[in-house]
Write a protein that binds this ligand. Structure first.
Ligand code: GDP
Length: 425
């Protein structure tokens, strides 16, 4: 049984926590897209962790963690992340890396940094982890696949070819030091030694696992609205954040994904630039930001303050639909306990017309939120384990959101810990 855990919003919905929790009952957890550019915060018996590249199932000894072919694989980062877990007392996880994954190179990080600097005020708000240059190279067919590390002749030829191209841009566009192909080859060979113990034909491995009836989780990074096709292009990430891509990025048949658990946050938060209709500012925003998530809404990768806003039913209904949601995990609800009234965005006003449909970017930029207000519950709901024990106004909020997003909320998360969860069915 394959279950995808994906985000409906702009990322940071709490997928890490839900994955860590569901991994207890799972055999295999797979990252299928993205790279080390976004973080997943997990709090469990070993402490608090910000994972960037490893799937959030690495804390159990019975699980196998897979870096799928769709991931932007930063090899030194992977090794360092594994080491840092072990140093903190986590038993060494069982990790497999797809032989078809492509390698994120140091020059991808450089190009990302140089381009953001060149765009200056018009930048995309990249985390400068090299993700956009990495995926550009993958689709331009000049990326390095893990399997290619074991063919020195091919590496040499490609390293020279890639440097020829990159150096034109480095010299004439960015005016930066040039790449040395011999250095690139040396780097790649050191990567080969680092990654070799983990390399596996993971698609074949998963084929067998599916046949044996293993429980498999696909862990998405970011959310629907950051998808390059269906999100707020161009303020998106460079790989698909959708459950459908899980089939491609893990190498499994699409029809094996039986459950799509979409993680929805009880209010909105976003990092980076882009239209954000229900965004709030000033003291109102500072209060939500400081109370938000676990210890405030600050990026797990960059430490940047996240932009925050009220729950956006228009964006989230769309986000759930485009994921193919079968059930919703509704998270960080506990944070809203301080409010007398909770505004919810139920429509967008664009050029004087109100719509419930999520528009393309140019129209989105013009949208103004249509807000409705729900009464708050004015208490701390952490520690509650039964749905019926939640305050009535809190249940009303959940049920209002459920109706708006047109997807069933099966889990409510009321705290950052593994056990802070209310199962509704
Ligand atoms: P991800 O990228 O979707 O995995 O989300 P992040 O880990 O970046 O952001 C979620 C943040 O919210 C983390 O700091 C979590 O510890 C925290 N978190 C997750 N679920 C809850 C919850 O139900 N309540 C509270 N207060 N914090 C939560």
């Amino acid at each position: 049984m394959v279950r995808a855990i994906v985000g409906a919003n702009w990322g940071d919905e709490g997928k890490g926590k839900i994955t860590d929790m569901l991994a207890k009952e799972s055999d295999i957890i797979i990252r299928f897209q993205g790279g080390s550019n976004a973080g997943h915060t997990i709090i469990n018996d070993y402490g608090k962790f910000a994972l960037h590249l490893l799937p959030s199932g690495v804390f159990y000894q019975h699980t196998t963690s897979i870096i799928g072919n769709g991931v932007a694989l930063n090899i030194p980062y992977l090794v360092q992340e594994i080491e840092s877990l072990v140093e903190r007392g986590v038993p060494k996880p069982r990790i497999l890396v797809s032989d078809r994954a492509q390698i994120l190179m140091p020059y991808h990080v450089l190009f990302d940094t140089y381009e953001e600097a060149r765009l200056a005020g018009k930048s995309f708000g990249s985390t400068k982890s090299g993700i956009a240059p990495f995926y550009s190279d993958k689709y331009a067919k000049i990326g390095f696949q893990v399997s290619e590390l074991f063919d020195q002749e091919l590496l040499r030829e490609k390293a020279y070819r890639v440097c020829e191209l990159k150096n034109v841009i480095l010299e004439h566009l960015y005016h930066k030091p040039l790449l040395d192909p011999e250095e690139i080859i040396k780097e790649l060979l050191s990567y080969r030694d680092m990654v070799e113990p983990y390399v596996c034909d993971t698609s074949a491995y998963l084929h067998e696992a599916i046949k044996e009836g293993k429980k498999i989780l696909l862990e998405g990074q970011l959310g629907s609205l950051k998808d390059p096709d269906h999100g707020i292009y161009p303020m998106v990430t460079s790989s698909s954040t959708l459950a459908a891509y899980g089939a491609i990025g893990a190498g499994i048949p699409p029809y094996e994904i039986k459950d799509i658990t979409t993680v929805v946050k009880a209010y909105s938060s976003a990092v980076g630039a882009g239209a954000f209709v229900s965004e709030i500012f000033g003291d109102e925003a500072d209060e939500l930001r400081n109370r938000g998530g676990d210890g405030g809404e600050y990026g797990a990768t960059t430490g940047r303050p996240r932009r925050v806003g009220w729950f956006d039913a228009v964006a989230t209904r769309y986000g759930c639909r485009i994921q193919g949601t079968t059930e919703v995990a509704f998270t960080v609800l506990d944070v809203l306990g301080y409010l007398d009234e909770i505004p919810v965005c139920v429509g967008y006003e664009i050029d004087g017309q109100v719509t419930r449909e999520f528009p393309t970017t140019a129209k989105l930029e013009k949208a103004k939120p249509v807000l409705t207000r729900l009464p708050g519950w004015k208490c701390d709901i952490r520690g509650i384990r039964k749905y019926g024990d939640l305050p009535e106004n809190c249940r009303k909020y959940i049920e209002f959101v459920e109706k708006e997003i047109e997807a069933p909320i099966s889990m409510v998360s009321n705290g950052p810990g593994r056990d802070d969860i209310i199962m509704r069915k």
